[in-house]
Design a protein around this ligand. Structure first.
Ligand SMILES: *Cc1c(COP(=O)(O)O)cnc(C)c1O
Length: 380
């Protein structure tokens, strides 16, 4: 099945009891048993819910995995993944990652003895040297947030596999439509489904997708034992969002290409970060591992101050000033004070996350309006 068919059909059957075409929202906490232990596969809704099961089957298909396990948020999904490790183990992560992921690694898991180090993964040889005896997992974001660096998933997974280390790719920024890390050698893929999968900025949700049955059963155990499960209504909303994932992401990527070109030509813009630009250092790798170059664009202003950035951020009308990304509406954000405020200033400056860096999440609006009415006016 091709992607545009999978989003509609994979794991989705009309409801057997009524024929309802849309997956029903099974708003129940428990299920009647015929006799003790005799049931239809559903006992208690933390453990199983049919709406969630449909979504999990669909997500597994979208990422070419065998199993998906859903959680109440992207960070709850990450928490379950890190709980696969033991005290004394170490996570080696990309050094430019979502602020909430950084915070969870450093301020939650570290307290329980799981250490984290943050390194550049541009060079697989340097990465191999950075791996220590205690390293048990590589944590990768690509494109990275908010600098939009590209990491060669296949090359990094090869290094990890040689050393017997698990690789997890946070695929939130690309979405399964653009990139499928399991095909490139990753062991786990995770999503903040809050973003492109949901796509309408109306739900918080997370998922992990794997091929290995042992990893799947460990994650299912954690899903039930820790209990950070999504409600059925949230699962329904993600299922509904996914049906148009390919159409939305396709259009958003087209908009991103046009906006990146416009920003590059504007005198007040110092630098544009977008993997679709031929001069972007990760352009060739992105071309190899992604279907399109994504719908996130970051840029720096000539005058690198918070005040200048603030003027632009307050002046746009169509681009809403807000955290998050991946919805149908275009958003504008200031990583230094918003998504990445939990990362110390020295750390973020090191990776190029300056005080004037602005991040755009392109939506599916008409791009002429986004450029001419909004960005041009705000920059001028
Ligand atoms: C938003 C986001 C998360 C966290 O997901 P939540 O659903 O907000 O918990 C993790 N990784 C990336 C790349 C994100 O953008």
């Amino acid at each position: 099945m091709k992607f545009g068919t999978k989003v509609i059909h994979a794991g989705i059957e009309p409801d057997p009891s009524t024929g309802a075409v849309m997956t029903p929202i099974f708003q129940t906490s428990t299920y009647a048993q015929e006799a003790p232990g005799k049931h239809k596969g559903y006992e208690y809704a933390r453990t199983q819910n049919p709406t969630r099961s449909a979504l999990e089957a669909n997500l597994a298909a979208l990422e070419n995995g065998n199993a998906a396990v859903c959680f109440s948020s992207g960070l709850a999904a990450m928490d379950a993944i890190i709980r696969l490790l033991n005290p004394g183990d170490e996570v080696l992560s990309t050094n430019d990652l979502y602020g909430g992921s950084y915070r969870q690694l450093v301020r939650v898991h570290q307290r329980y003895g799981i250490e984290s180090r943050f390194v550049s993964m541009d060079d697989p040889e340097k990465l191999a040297q950075a791996i220590s005896e205690r390293t048990r997992m590589l944590w990768i974001e690509t494109p990275t947030n908010p600098m939009l660096n590209i990491i060669d998933i296949e090359a990094v997974c090869r290094v990890a596999r040689e050393k017997g280390i698990l690789t997890c790719v946070d695929n939130t920024f690309a979405s399964p439509y653009l990139q499928n890390p399991l095909d490139l050698g990753a062991d786990l893929v995770t999503h903040s489904a809050t973003k492109y999968l949901g796509g309408h900025s109306d739900v918080v949700h997370g998922a992990v997708i794997v091929r290995d049955e042992q990893l799947a059963s460990q994650l299912r155990f954690l899903q039930n034992a820790v209990g950070a499960v999504p409600g059925p209504q949230d699962c329904f909303l993600i299922l509904r969002g996914i049906k148009t994932l390919h159409l939305r992401v396709e259009r958003a990527c087209e908009n991103a290409v046009r906006v990146a070109a416009f920003l590059q030509s504007h005198p007040k813009v110092k630098k544009v970060y977008y993997p679709g630009l031929p001069e972007h250092p990760g352009h060739a790798i992105a071309q190899k591992q992604m279907r399109h170059f994504g719908a996130m664009v970051s840029f720096d202003l000539q005058e690198d101050t918070f005040e200048q950035a603030s003027k632009v951020l307050s002046a746009t009308q169509l681009f809403t000033l807000a955290e998050s990304l991946g919805g149908v509406e275009s958003l504008i954000g200031h990583p230094a004070t918003m998504t990445h405020a939990s990362i110390p200033r020295e750390e973020r400056i090191k990776v190029g996350l300056t005080d004037s860096l602005i991040r755009l999440s392109l939506g599916v609006e008409d791009v002429e309006d986004l450029i001419d009415d909004d960005l041009r006016a705000a920059l001028d």
